[in-house]
Design a protein around this ligand. Structure first.
Ligand code: FBP
Length: 257
């Protein structure tokens, strides 16, 4: 019922265009192709190719309020900069209520860092976000990135399967995780998630679009529900960003759960 907000046709597939890197990574991410990496262009891409939603922090959502209002917004509720190199701690910056009422959010997102010293606080905060999501009728997407001193390999298959299971245990509708390296491991992550849908986290831009699209095909074949991608799209020049968007959406739509 909640996922209908992102998927009115009930396809069970999702393609999110992530644009919260300005906070998480800083403006260096946007330098390769500034025109392709503007909020305006990202919204245009989402509108033209039918992404399920764009992912914005509160500030970008406010700055683009009313621009292509037909494009669904997934508002990222917590976040952190990467200047501090200690244990990850990503705090709530926007409430579900503000996201829905003032920003028109169709869904909300939250990053969990299992393994961090701040894990307990993030879990508790996220559990409240899930309850608020239910109260306000919006789906909740968990970015699950195990991280910190206790996690030497954040893409090990058992770590990624644990990540999706945590999302399920805490009540996420969708879990977004990194590629664990092979088809079987991603399948395990989908099984561990039970009723929580699992999407791939895009990652660093690949040299050739095909490398990224091949991974996405495996994700979908393994039972994944789609992708949340940013740099692999808007770090390419505009024409290429459009071409890869077309391919991503065609691929995601071609699979049926
Ligand atoms: P990309 O496709 O650019 O990797 O974006 C996905 C994403 O999860 C963003 O939503 C987020 O800002 C970023 O990756 C976090 O990346 P990191 O793994 O460096 O924390």
């Amino acid at each position: 019922m909640y996922l209908e907000k992102l998927d009115p046709e009930g396809s069970g597939r999702f393609a999110f265009l992530a644009y919260d890197q300005g906070l998480e990574h800083g403006p260096a991410d946007f330098r390769p192709n500034p025109p392709s990496a503007s909020p305006q262009f990202v919204l245009e891409l989402a509108r033209d190719y039918g992404y399920s939603a764009v992912v914005f922090q509160q500030g970008v959502a406010l700055a683009t309020h009313g621009v292509y209002p037909e494009v669904p917004r997934l508002i990222k509720l917590n976040g952190r900069a990467n200047l501090y190199k200690g244990e990850p701690d990503s705090r709530l910056l926007c409430s579900v209520e503000f996201a829905v009422r003032a920003l028109g959010a169709r869904a909300v997102g939250y990053t969990l860092n299992p393994g961090s010293e701040q894990e307990g606080r993030m879990f508790a905060e996220f559990a409240q976000v899930v309850r608020d999501g239910r109260s306000f009728g919006v789906p909740v997407v968990a970015w699950v990135y195990p991280r910190g001193k206790a996690v030497p390999n954040d893409t090990a298959p058992e770590v990624i399967a644990y990540a999706t299971r945590i999302a399920f245990e805490l009540g996420a509708d969708i879990a977004k995780v990194k590629w664990p390296g092979d088809f079987e491991s991603f399948r395990w992550a989908c099984e561990a998630a039970q009723t929580t849908r699992v999407v791939l986290s895009g990652g660093v831009k690949t040299e050739e679009p095909k490398e990224f699209l091949d991974v996405l095909s495996q994700v979908l074949e393994a039972g994944g529900a789609g992708v949340a991608v940013g740099r692999n799209v808007w770090q390419r020049p505009a024409v290429e960003a459009r071409a890869i968007s077309k391919e991503i959406l065609a691929l995601v739509r071609s699979y049926r759960p």
